[in-house]
Design a protein around this ligand. Sequence first.
Ligand SMILES: NC(=O)c1ccc[n+]([C@@H]2O[C@H](COP(=O)([O-])OP(=O)(O)OC[C@H]3O[C@@H](n4cnc5c(N)ncnc54)[C@H](OP(=O)(O)O)[C@@H]3O)[C@@H](O)[C@H]2O)c1
Length: 250
Amino acid sequence: MNIKGNTILITGGATGIGFALAAVFLQAGNQVIICGRREAKLKEATAKLPSIITKVCDVTKEKDRAELFHWVKENYPDLNVLINNAGVQKMVDLKKGRTDLLEGENEIETNLIAPVRLSAYFIPWFLQQKKETAIINVSSGLGFVPIAVMPVYCATKAALHSFTISLRYQLKDTSVKVFEIVPPAVETDLGKTSPDEESGYKGIPPSELAEAVIKAISKNQYEIAVGEAKGLVATVGPGFKETFENMNRW
Ligand SMILES: NC(=O)c1ccc[n+]([C@@H]2O[C@H](COP(=O)([O-])OP(=O)(O)OC[C@H]3O[C@@H](n4cnc5c(N)ncnc54)[C@H](OP(=O)(O)O)[C@@H]3O)[C@@H](O)[C@H]2O)c1
């Protein structure tokens, strides 16, 4: 895919991986729109990257998703890339029943339902665009091999990976390309309570991930595993591709 001249919407683009992607895409000559819930973080992003366009949006709220879609369509009709990046992560100890599940962020709403629903908004519009378009989902190496103390997070990422494979297959004869970014541990605010954080392991810098991603997109590498995530992705058995093709042959 051409990595220049696109108009790109990145959910959760004010911090971490989303912000690093915004920076490399701006640098490469694209228009970039980011969204997130915290206006202060969006303002910080604008201070660092003045040409960036921002929108406050909570992707877990249907009303916000609808408003975001219609706002983008009206104001940025050239938009041709959606990056579903917004994500949350927490430890969930199911021995405590529903306590961890109900406290704090809702991982299923943010990490799974939001990208599925946003994709459904944008795909019919992308199908009408005259140029190349793309949906890019940010999953995780933990979607391939889970860390059991974060059972819901890992399950949402496994589900997003599966959804991305089906979406790519559904759209294979169209102009809509479907990419998946599979990051390893990356040094961001995510998972401040994760085992990696407790052990002092910080992961790679977001900029390193973003550089690898933009290179892979330019080569039409649709499943982009970076660094240590490659080993996790490699645990998928050799028979997967053929079995998938057989099961979807009709
Ligand atoms: N860091 C890692 O090690 C790692 C590894 C694999 C995959 N990933 C994935 O990479 C993606 C980005 O995470 P990150 O590491 O860059 O962490 P991050 O810095 O915490 O970024 C997450 C972003 O998502 C936004 N967000 C969260 N909930 C949202 C909501 N309901 N509506 C709109 N925006 C929301 C946050 O902004 P607001 O709070 O202001 O809304 C924040 O900007 C996530 O999908 C994550 O699962 C990260």
